[in-house]
Design a protein around this ligand. Structure first.
Ligand code: SAM
Length: 228
């Protein structure tokens, strides 16, 4: 994954197919540490729109003047694409968390985050106090071998009362079991009175498929909840 070469769609597809086969947390971190150099080129090639789609859903609930002061926690921030997109919409106050130092280094270079912290969600709690954030974002990291479905409770814990939690997930075949578990946990948390569902947006053309059986685009979903 050298950054010196021009990336092609085929190269991006090869890397992205291998994202989902890492068996241990250490493998996953190592994978993202190496991918950090070419991540943004590769996801552009597959027309990855999740950061823009999620930012759009959140912005719809904030007037222009409230955006600049709203603290946003970006969980699994990667290289910083969510903050880059939200900054264009007027948000200014970002804290990022990720398990990969390589990805965090790129995020640091963006200059957009007030703080960047390391944590492995699922194994560790979010390294932030409870109830501090008006917005909590988790984009592109809710899938098997990434953040376990149960760890979304941590996202809710970090949000302030009345704050928004925005999450995305792919709806293609290889993520359906995980997505069912995720939606089960979301519903359970609603039943426990932790949050209320604001809206769920189904998107047909989420990003380009990367496997032979997924020609064209795969679907995905943006979930928006409000902490009670
Ligand atoms: C596909 S990238 C998405 C990055 C960014 N949110 C975006 O939309 O471009 C997934 C990110 O999740 C991080 N990640 C995966 N599993 C994680 C975990 N259990 N805890 C924290 N970060 C995790 C990876 O290091 C990687 O940066």
């Amino acid at each position: 994954m050298s950054s010196a070469e021009a990336r092609t769609l085929e190269m991006a597809k090869d890397v992205i197919q291998s994202v989902h086969v890492h068996s241990s947390v250490a493998d996953q971190i190592h994978f993202y540490d190496r991918w950090a150099q070419t991540y943004e080129q590769d996801v552009e090639l597959i027309e990855y729109r999740a950061p823009a789609l999620a930012a759009d859903r959140v912005s719809a609930h904030f007037s222009g003047e409230r955006r600049a002061s709203a603290p946003v926690l970006d969980v699994a921030c990667g290289t910083g694409l969510v903050a880059k997109t939200m900054e264009r919409e007027g948000f200014r106050h970002f804290v990022g968390v990720d398990c990969s130092e390589g990805m965090l280094r790129s995020a640091r270079r963006s200059g957009l985050y007030r703080e960047l912290k390391t944590a492995v969600l699922g194994d560790q709690p979010l390294p932030v106090p409870s109830g501090e954030f008006k917005v909590v974002m988790t984009v592109g990291a809710l899938s098997a071998s990434h953040i376990p479905a149960k760890a979304i409770r941590e996202l809710c814990r970090a949000a302030e009362q009345g704050g928004l939690v925005c999450m995305t997930a792919r709806s293609n075949r290889d993520n359906l079991d995980y997505k069912a578990a995720l939606e089960g946990e979301m519903k359970q948390m609603e039943d426990e009175g932790l949050w209320r569902r604001v809206d769920v947006t189904h998107v047909t053309e989420w990003e380009r498929g990367v496997t032979d059986h997924e020609r064209g685009y795969i679907p995905g979903c943006v979930y928006l909840f409000q902490k009670l």
